[in-house]
Design a protein around this ligand. Structure first.
Ligand SMILES: O=C(O)COP(=O)(O)O
Ligand SMILES: [Mg+2]
Length: 251
């Protein structure tokens, strides 16, 4: 269990000189971690801008589509590269790198056919290529996951299911936020040892595979709190603002 860092001790838990931060979007730089509430935290936006101005690279790492990731990055003003579709796409200045070879499109179509009343396709699915998202209706996420697994098994479709706390994702087997983050760090010339990642859901544990320090926001999913290197003493965007302050003070 990662220690809950106070704002004061946070700086001591960070790598020597932080060169970059990898931040999840929904639940992490939003005001709250509430499905359907996507309002960005203005203190997190300010904090990310201050990090960029101080030369600390900001990389968004999200399950959202590349269009959403690119839009959020543009209007916050963070350079990237940015990781979309839960690690499958890496975007920078108009060009896209496919970190995944496979696509879960056929699996997504099967879920839509068989579970249409329970799984509502995300509006972003029309501009996705590898990873597809569904809003869960009328049943809990665990029940939806079990039903989706059954459909994929019966259809003989091989795909990975993950839940972000906001949507059920069906992904290529090789998909991982860590895969996309490794590609993004390579493009940015950043060593994983000086990058701090921060997220809110169990899917963000995948960022640890990229060799970075992983922080959980204070209100993160318990599985992320358990597996992270540290837990921030603030919720969602408030936690990111505290992390940024500790990084800026350590520079
Ligand atoms: O796309 C989602 O389901 C959640 O997005 P996130 O990865 O930025 O939390
Ligand atoms: Mg999230």
């Amino acid at each position: 269990m990662a220690g809950v860092a106070s704002a004061g001790e946070l700086a001591r838990l960070l790598p020597g000189r932080v060169c970059g931060v990898a931040v999840d979007i929904d639940g992490t730089i939003t005001e709250r971690r509430v499905s359907g509430d996507f309002r960005l935290s203005l203190e997190a936006v300010e904090a990310l801008r201050r990090l960029e101005d101080a030369g600390v690279r900001v990389i968004l790492v999200t399950g959202n589509s590349v269009m959403v990731a690119a839009g959020v990055a543009r209007y916050i003003g963070v350079r990237g590269p940015h990781v979309a579709e839960n690690g499958c796409l890496v975007y920078q200045r108009g060009s896209v790198v496919h970190a995944c070879r496979g696509t879960a499109r056929a699996a997504a179509e099967a879920l839509e056919e068989e579970l249409g009343g329970l799984l509502e396709p995300s509006w972003q699915n029309r501009c996705r290529i590898h990873d597809y998202a569904f809003l869960v209706r009328r049943v809990g996420p665990e029940e939806a996951w079990r039903m989706a697994e059954r459909v994929l098994r019966e259809r003989g479709l091989r795909a990975k299911l993950s839940h972000s706390g906001y949507a059920l994702h069906v992904r290529p087997l090789e998909a991982s936020k860590g895969l996309g983050l490794r590609v993004a760090m390579r493009m940015a010339g950043l060593e994983p040892g000086c990058v701090v990642a921060v997220g809110d859901s169990a899917m963000d544990l995948e960022m640890r595979d990229a060799g970075v320090t992983l922080a959980a926001v204070g209100n993160a999913d318990p599985r992320l709190r358990e597996g992270a290197d540290l837990i921030l003493p603030g919720e969602s965007g408030g936690g990111v603002a505290l992390l940024a302050r500790a990084i800026l003070e350590s520079l």
